[in-house]
Design a protein around this ligand. Structure first.
Ligand code: PMP
Length: 285
């Protein structure tokens, strides 16, 4: 059965949804997006995602075609129409187009808003129980990684390189330091119980899950240090893990072929995941 998707004011079967070939999202990657996780038919920490969406729009001098309140209503209507209980909801706003290809921001274009649901949830318990292995890759992305744009080709290339190397994901490295994972934030836990994570800047996406997990660190008995760390320090750490809306907290058990800690998911990452899942359920809307 085909999905019902949302495109510019209409709920349609996915095969009937259309966007102009002149849309700047298509021609210039001139668009922003958000992915909210669906649990029990509701959205996890969705308000924070909409706040970040508004920030991404502001940073690009782009306007949404409707208010955030209306976006939220469309999200809920889409969940209802697809009767989805677990998975994710993707939403994207692009600058639209005036019907020609032009580098200048169009003055009279109407932005496009699309949304679709995905039944597949990557936040699998099975993956979290086994942990994932990563390789490091040079971070070849642009300098505004804090804006959640649809320009995801470097991230896609990094992830593909990881799969081709027989592992699960890639951690990107710039000037000798880990920036983040291909589609997640990267963290380590030192042998003396300090959660080390890169500070917020234009070098990384300001993860919604990262923020929630840092707020839970104290309850997990961990101190937090926001500072840079190298792949070497990560390999020698007690534990490593990633966070994202779709993977929650997922342990990293090997980096570039070398085991992290005992090479199995550690107790701190497990505890953080449990606490995050409790938080996620409380945050449902
Ligand atoms: N960094 C990057 C590059 C990402 O694509 C994502 C996924 N959106 C994240 C971090 C994690 O962000 P969040 O916790 O908001 O999903």
């Amino acid at each position: 059965m085909s999905r019902i998707v949302y495109v510019n004011g209409e709920f349609l079967p996915e095969e009937d949804a259309k966007i102009s070939i002149f849309d700047r999202g298509f021609l210039f990657a001139d668009g922003v997006y958000e992915v909210s996780t669906v649990l029990q038919g509701k959205l996890v920490d969705n308000e924070a995602h909409l706040v970040r969406l508004q920030r991404s729009l502001n940073e690009l001098s782009m306007t949404a075609p409707c208010s955030m309140k209306e976006i939220e209503e469309i999200q809920h209507e889409l969940l209802k129409r697809n009767d989805i209980k677990a998975g994710s909801l993707y939403l994207q706003i692009t600058r639209g187009s005036e019907g020609d290809r032009s580098f200048l921001f169009p003055k009279n274009a109407k932005p496009s808003l699309i949304m679709f649901t995905q039944a597949r949830g990557a936040h699998s318990e099975e993956t979290a129980e086994k942990g994932i292995s990563v390789i490091t890759q040079p971070d070849i992305r642009w300098q505004r990684r804090d804006i959640k744009t649809v320009g995801l080709l470097p991230a896609s290339m990094a992830k593909q390189a990881a799969i081709d190397a027989g592992v699960d994901d890639a951690w990107m490295v710039e000037d000798g330091y880990v920036t983040e994972g291909s589609s997640n934030n990267a963290h380590i836990i030192t042998k003396d119980g300090v959660l080390v994570t890169r500070p917020l800047s234009n070098k990384i996406l300001h993860g919604i899950t990262r923020k929630a997990v840092l707020a839970l660190a104290d309850e997990a008995g961990l101190k937090v240090e926001e500072r840079l760390f190298t792949p070497q320090e990560a390999s020698e750490a007690a534990e490593a893990f990633i966070t994202s809306a779709s993977t929650f907290v997922t342990p990293v058990v090997a980096i570039d072929g070398a085991p992290v800690g005992d090479g199995v998911p550690g107790k701190h990452a497990k505890r953080l995941r449990e606490l995050y899942v409790e938080f996620a359920i409380k945050s449902l809307s």
